[in-house]
Design a protein around this ligand. Structure first.
Ligand code: SF4
Length: 615
């Protein structure tokens, strides 16, 4: 029930495809999706494996609620060892692809080895085959989706693919499904490209069953009512999307600007949700066309946007004249505040390219920001950039680099290294605003202290989606804590990390957690899955997942020294806003965090902790 109880193992080296029963003992311990796939992955893959070698595996995986009528239950994840980080990676995406995989009767697909030529996996329920993708290699995500649907004469096939950036080895390439939904972070698309796997195309119609349909419908309806009645999930996100945060975080003094030199951006309003809704001067139309929902979602935070057809960046690009996935907050921040660019159309255009060519706008924008600082400091010059004047605030530099990075050409190939390798290459590693090789998202941890600990300890490198303490520290969810105070944040981060692992493993969107606690999620899982899924059990599952990921990373070579932040955030105080004069106080939070986790002072889970969690 809920689980399809079946996985697919695809060996790309020899072309074999076989089905296996799902390990239900593990499903009971790890629930599904992020947790269960990480269990399979860590059991089968040497933690020291080179992420781009055939010995690395890549797992696409759904949760027990994926494909049900629970709100937002269309999620899937991609689990692998990340190309950007060398750490365990789990990138989660919405859209409709996850639902299709579950309806094809699959909890996960494990890809092994490497194909000697480009291929894509085609699944039509039980008709499963690898198909030559030579004619798709070198095409964008958008063209790949169109061509596969056209070839099979079925517009309802759901496709997850890589763009040219994934083929070319851009370190933060995504897996993009449904044209503009992405398993975006840590370079999971880069790993897919290294296997010569261009796409996975699925058609499924088997349905999903649940343990107690009546109780499930009641729990799902109650959950939807909670979402509808909550001001964030019922009003803010549908109306403004995640971009609702741009002005809020700027006023909080936690909007990282100019590669984290500053914490407030003068151009914030120009790239905000409010600006997206305002009519443009050129044609009187707003950037935002409508909102959009992933499968089964009753929140509908997605943005569908257009760009100004007369804007210099898009005038020659007719394929950008339709509406497509618009700016989310993290992308708008990375492409905008991090680079100092306040041109909404340039940001939207760059975001379209990120989707079309399949790379992460957060790592891209943040890396461009780091490169701009190196350029302004004279560490790189026009010689290296190929003549691109890489100044903070240059919309032209941003959009030129978006095109070059997507194709892996010119200085774009260097931007595709990510900020850590790029800054190391030019002798200034201190200018990479990253943890474990992954660039920060859109919250400055001098103004939101808990996010510093979140970033430092995140198992997949700097990430907001592992412990979104912004909810508590800024929005007061589930209760308000002071963003400028470090005390008490260790417990807050641990609680968010464990609960988020449950949301990610169930097959639902983490944005529901603005309104739902595990008290709301538990009845839905309990009615869908065999067994008793109390809140206490779910919290233990979350803690088990977190420790499993940590254990993998420790075995991969990460140590407590990697639970750190760039010196800029620890030594250079914020210069404006509520956090004026403050640095991040990681030294206060980290020892307490290790203690609460049941880890040694070196960040290693004790035998007692491992044994308590059955690890
Ligand atoms: S809340 Fe947004 S991202 Fe999450 S499932 Fe709904 S539309 Fe997709």
């Amino acid at each position: 029930m809920a689980w399809a109880r079946q996985l697919l193992r695809v060996n790309l080296t020899n072309g074999s495809i076989k089905k296996e029963p799902l390990n239900m003992e593990w499903a009971n311990d790890y629930l599904g999706q992020r947790g269960l796939a990480t269990k399979y992955f860590s059991d089968e893959v040497d933690p020291k494996v080179d992420p781009l070698s055939p010995e690395n595996k890549l797992i696409m995986t759904t949760g027990p609620l994926t494909g049900t009528t629970a709100s937002t239950a269309g999620r899937y994840s991609v689990v692998t060892k990340g190309a950007l980080t060398g750490a365990i990676a789990c990138s989660n995406s919405g859209g409709f692809f996850g639902n299709e995989m579950k309806n094809a009767g699959l909890d996960m697909v494990i890809f092994e080895g490497k194909s000697d030529k480009p291929v894509y996996l085609f699944i039509d329920n039980d008709d499963i085959k690898l198909i030559d993708a030579s004619d798709l290699w070198g095409t964008s995500v958008w063209d790949t989706e169109d061509k596969i649907k056209n070839d099979h004469q079925d517009p309802m096939i759901r496709v997850a693919s890589i763009g040219i950036s994934g083929e070319k080895g851009v370190k933060y390439a995504c897996v993009v499904n449904d044209y503009h939904r992405a398993a975006g972070r840590s370079g999971v698309g880069t790993v897919m490209g290294s296997k010569n796997l261009k796409a996975v195309a699925i058609r499924g119609s088997k349905g999903v069953t649940v343990k107690d349909p009546k109780a499930f419908m009641a729990a799902v309806s109650a959950g939807k009512e909670v979402l509808a009645g909550n001001p964030v999930t019922g009003e803010g996100l549908p109306a403004f999307g995640t971009q609702v945060l741009m002005n809020v975080i700027n006023e909080t003094g936690a909007l990282p600007t100019h590669n984290h030199r500053d914490v407030q951006f003068a151009g914030a309003h120009a790239i905000s949700a409010e600006a997206m809704a305002e009519p443009r001067d050129s044609d009187g139309k707003p950037n935002l066309v409508t909102n959009a929902a992933c499968f089964a979602c009753t929140i509908a935070c997605g943005r569908i946007s257009t760009v100004d057809r007369t804007h210099y960046t898009v005038a020659e690009r007719p394929q950008y004249h339709g509406a497509s996935g618009g700016l989310e907050y993290e992308a708008a921040w990375a492409l905008g505040a991090a680079t100092g660019v306040d041109d909404l159309d340039a940001l939207t255009f760059a975001n379209f390219i990120c989707n079309e060519q399949g790379y992460d706008p957060i790592s891209f924008g943040a890396t461009v920001g780091a490169a701009m600082e190196m350029y302004e400091e004279g560490y790189i010059t026009d010689k290296e950039t190929g003549g691109i004047e890489l100044k903070f605030g240059s919309a032209k530099a941003l959009t030129d680099l978006a095109e070059l990075t997507g194709k892996g050409e010119g200085f774009g190939a260097e931007i595709g290294l990510g900020s850590k390798l790029l800054c190391e290459k030019y002798g200034h590693p201190e200018l990479s605003m990253s943890v474990k090789g992954q660039e920060f998202p859109a919250y400055d941890s001098r103004g939101i202290q808990g996010m510093g600990l979140t970033y430092a300890t995140s198992n997949r490198g700097a990430c907001h989606l592992r412990s979104y303490t912004v909810a508590s520290e800024v929005l007061g969810i589930p209760e308000k804590t002071d963003p400028l105070v470090a005390e008490g944040k260790a417990g807050l981060v641990k609680a968010f990390q464990d609960a988020t692992a449950v949301f990610d493993s169930a097959g639902i969107c983490v944005f529901t957690s603005f309104a739902w606690s595990l008290e709301d999620v538990s009845p839905q899982i309990d009615a869908a899955c065999e067994g008793d899924w109390s809140v206490d059990r779910l919290l233990e599952v979350g803690e088990r997942i977190w420790n499993l990921e940590r254990t993998f990373n420790n075995a991969a070579g990460f140590t407590a020294a990697d639970d750190n932040l760039p010196q800029r955030l620890l030594k250079d105080a914020a210069k404006t806003g509520p956090a004026n004069g403050l640095t991040n106080q990681l030294d206060v939070m980290l020892p307490e965090y290790y203690q609460l986790r049941g880890w040694t002072g070196d960040g290693v889970p004790t035998n007692e902790t491992l044994s308590r969690l059955g690890l």
